[in-house]
Design a protein around this ligand. Structure first.
Ligand SMILES: [Zn+2]
Length: 302
């Protein structure tokens, strides 16, 4: 769904063959856990094992902790790829060499394929650990489809991992496209700025969510809403849908004072300084779609 010729943002999963049809096969997880060629990505809380590069450090099934929740991530060539998921409050397993790295921190430095795999494992793993009961009747569910669904033995319903759509918007000036509006969130340290973002509400289109979120957080009416690309963001289970939009009247811009405590119009030079690590403005990390949206504008591609 990326515009033609556009670079996919980090975390856009284009590299992994999920081999979804195989999930139907009974006994798939047991079969792959017994196969020494299978590769396992162990997840501990929001961390994955990495080695220099950084690269993910996948292990053989016998090296992974038995107590984990298991699921099928797909195929790397002929080899099956599984995830073994442990909650953050359990002790980190000893996997020998390598270190445990938060996906949030190292995601942007991994290859597209590896970042996609880590995000898939983290998103699915959260759901496996945190949603054991049937939302309709409260009965404990049984995991099926190699980790991709839950069956309720009491009411018969099937449940699937949930994804929450959220829009994220880079706002430029309609009159002066060389100006970019960013906001500073109340939860951030002073000087950190990013695009405006929020969850899509029930029954709302993406376009309506873009207009509403920017009006709420920054006070401006936006026009010329253009879709840029998406990024799965497993904190906790968002799908970030990135947009560019233009503010109709720059002078209307004001922070909502709650979620956004400060907003500011930036010039290209100011953003260039911040990308270079100079000055007192901090921008989003390279792993995020917010970085990609700001970069698009900076490079004149939006
Ligand atoms: Zn039920």
């Amino acid at each position: 769904m990326t515009a033609s010729g556009a670079v996919p943002p980090a975390f856009a999963d284009v590299g992994t063959d999920r081999a979804a049809a195989e999930r139907e096969r009974p006994g798939l997880l047991e079969e792959l856990r017994a196969d020494p060629s299978t590769r396992v990505l162990v997840v501990h809380g929001d961390r994955v094992p990495t080695m220099d590069g950084p690269r993910l450090r996948l292990v053989a099934p016998t090296e992974a902790p038995d107590a984990a929740a298991w699921a099928f991530l797909g195929r790397d060539g002929r080899a099956g790829v599984l995830t073994a998921v442990l909650a953050a409050d359990e002790p980190a397993p000893d996997l020998g060499a390598g270190v445990w790295s938060a996906v949030r921190r190292i995601g942007g430095e991994l290859s597209v394929a590896e970042a996609g795999l880590a995000v898939e494992a983290l998103s699915l793993g959260r759901w496996l650990l945190e949603a054991p009961f049937c939302p309709a009747c409260g009965t404990r569910t049984v995991i099926a489809h190699a980790g991709w669904s839950r069956h309720c033995p009491a009411c018969g319903r099937e449940h699937f991992p949930r994804t929450d759509p959220a829009v994220i918007v880079a706002v430029t000036s309609a009159d002066e496209p060389a100006r970019l509006l960013l906001g500073s969130n109340a939860a951030w340290e002073a000087g950190r700025y990013s695009c405006f973002a929020g969850f899509v509400e029930a029954g709302e289109s993406l376009e309506a969510a873009v207009v509403r979120e920017v009006a709420e957080e920054a006070g401006v009416d936006v026009v010329d809403v253009r879709y840029r690309g998406s990024q799965a963001w497993p904190y906790p289970r968002s799908l970030m849908l990135g947009f560019h939009a233009a503010a109709r009247a720059d002078e209307d811009a004001r922070a909502d004072g709650e979620e956004i405590v400060e907003i500011r119009w930036f010039t290209r030079d100011e953003i260039g300084e911040a990308f270079a690590g100079r000055g007192d403005v901090t921008l989003p990390g390279t792993a995020s779609i917010a970085y990609r949206l700001i970069r698009d504008w900076y490079e004149g591609a939006a």
